[in-house]
Design a protein around this ligand. Structure first.
Ligand code: NAP
Ligand code: HSE
Length: 436
């Protein structure tokens, strides 16, 4: 049986999971592939660090270029992260004629356009299923399974750490910092967890999903990004009382003059399936013009699920690599010369309902002053909830749900609201999506 040789860059959470699968599931993989896969070399930063997997028979190096220049390696699997050295390494590997598998969404979102072009020039494949939604084969589902459709929109919970935190915060007394620490211990978080908490990781993934959905170039720097660090336990509780769950969503949709790409906390009605996706689980919804709404669900982070996608990509490459044109499925699912560099519209252009929470002085007539501000901007209040503040004796917590309005109008109203003497402190605003 023929053996294909693989070199790994990184042996952390995902690298360890990949070695584990290739060591322990090889008989089944051989039955699928009719060929065998062997890891011949792995680069790590610290050669003395104890490893969770058996590396006997595999060369370990702390020189990453040993992997990309290795004469026997057919496929380089990049599982170290970052966009500097990782980019240089993959460019070298591609020029050396090696196929690439990567789980690195930052690299694909920020440098995918040039990496894919270089791969085409060198007739090699760059696969990145593990970069979006961990173990869910969502790239393949959207790029190949939905190829008959014009995709109308994509929306998803695409960061496992963030969803884990929001889920744990529903429990009384949960502490944000402690919950994040557990997510890190479970191997879910990025090396810099700000990427998870502030939505950067989700924005990387949304960039990729939007390109696959609409056939547009990767445009990470155009994604509007808001994290979950300002969402309080109060917001989660109020949302639930009003019939919603708070989810950190990435949303990509067609707009009048381009596309809207955004990542932000979102109130989703409880009865919508995605509102019930909890813990590290991810879910991506895509609406095609023929198929209608679809949803893909599964674990979004962690060793086993992510490595499952990595190994599936290795298998795919082995199946395709000797075809005359190796990238028979274009990297972003659209012929490279058909990609549009379409405009991404400002967040001010979107229209939705809003959840507003603020602290008001518990005085007579406050509610009518607040209502007047919204009325001036032609915004109706659909729902109001008020309760005494347990933290400030003279204040009340006020929660409002608005009708559907333009983001620019709500911004105007919130600026006027902030000027009222009756408002005490910051105003929280969360967008609402019904995902119908
Ligand atoms: P990790 O646990 O921190 O592992 C990173 C590995 O890369 C480590 O083995 C590290 O070596 C090695 N490394 C880093 N910099 C290096 C350098 N300059 N030279 C040589 N080796 C270097 O990270 P991870 O969680 O596995 O994530 C890896 C990639 O997968 C990232 O791009 C991440 O965004 C992506 N990803 C992660 C998950 C997940 O659930 N964790 C899911 C999907 C995608 P040492 O072990 O010696 O430090
Ligand atoms: N840090 C990422 C997450 C890993 O939590 O979703 C998976 O991409």
């Amino acid at each position: 049986m023929k053996t294909i040789k693989v070199g790994l860059l990184g042996l952390g959470t995902v690298g360890g999971g990949t070695v584990d699968i290739l060591q322990n599931t090889m008989p089944e993989i051989q039955r699928r592939l009719g060929q065998s896969i062997e890891i011949v070399i792995i680069a790590v930063r610290d050669l003395n660090r104890p490893r969770s997997v058996d590396t006997a028979g595999i060369a370990l190096t702390d020189n990453t270029f040993d992997v990309v220049n290795h004469p026997e390696v057919d496929i380089v699997v990049e599982l170290m992260g970052g966009t500097g050295l990782a980019k240089e390494l993959l460019e070298t590997a591609i020029k050396n004629g090696k196929h690439i598998v990567t789980a690195n969404k930052a690299l694909i979102a920020e440098h995918g356009n040039s990496l894919f072009a270089l791969a085409r020039e060198n007739n090699v494949i760059v696969s990145y299923e593990a970069a979006v939604a961990g173990g869910i084969p969502v790239i393949k589902a959207m790029r190949e399974g939905l190829a008959a459709n014009k995709i109308e929109w994509v929306a998803g919970i695409i960061n496992g750490t963030g969803n884990y935190i929001l889920t744990e915060m529903k429990k009384p007394g949960a502490d944000f910092a402690k919950v994040l620490k557990v997510a890190q211990e479970l191997g879910y978080a990025e090396a810099d967890p700000t990427f998870d908490v502030e939505g950067i990781d989700a924005a990387h993934k949304l960039t990729i999903l939007a390109s696959i959905a609409f056939g547009i170039e990767l445009q990470f720097n155009k994604v509007y990004t808001e994290g979950i660090s300002k969402v309080s336990a109060d917001d989660i509780r109020f949302a639930q009382q009003l019939g919603y769950e708070i989810k950190h969503l990435g949303v990509a949709s067609r707009a009048e003059n381009g596309y809207s790409l955004r990542v932000h906390p979102t109130l989703v009605p409880k009865e919508v399936l995605i509102a019930n996706v909890n813990g590290v689980m991810n879910a991506v919804m895509a609406k095609g013009n023929h198929v209608g709404p679809t949803m893909y669900y599964g674990p979004g982070a962690g060793a086993g699920p992510t490595a499952s996608s990595v190994v599936a990509d290795i298998i795919d490459i082995i199946r395709w690599k000797d075809q005359p044109k190796a990238d028979q499925v274009p990297a972003l699912g659209f012929a490279a010369d058909q990609l549009e560099s379409a405009p991404v519209v400002s967040i001010d252009e979107i229209e939705c309902c809003y959840y507003i929470r603020c602290l008001v002085k518990d005085q007579k007539g406050v509610l009518s002053k607040v209502s007047a501000v919204f009325a001036e901007s032609d915004i109706s209040i659909e729902n109001v909830h008020q309760e005494p503040s347990s933290e400030k004796a003279d204040d009340a917590k006020l929660v409002l749900i608005t009708n559907k309005v333009k983001e620019s109008s709500i911004n105007q109203a919130l600026a006027s609201l902030a000027e009222l003497d009756a408002i005490d402190g910051d105003i929280m605003r969360i967008r609402i999506e019904t995902l119908g």
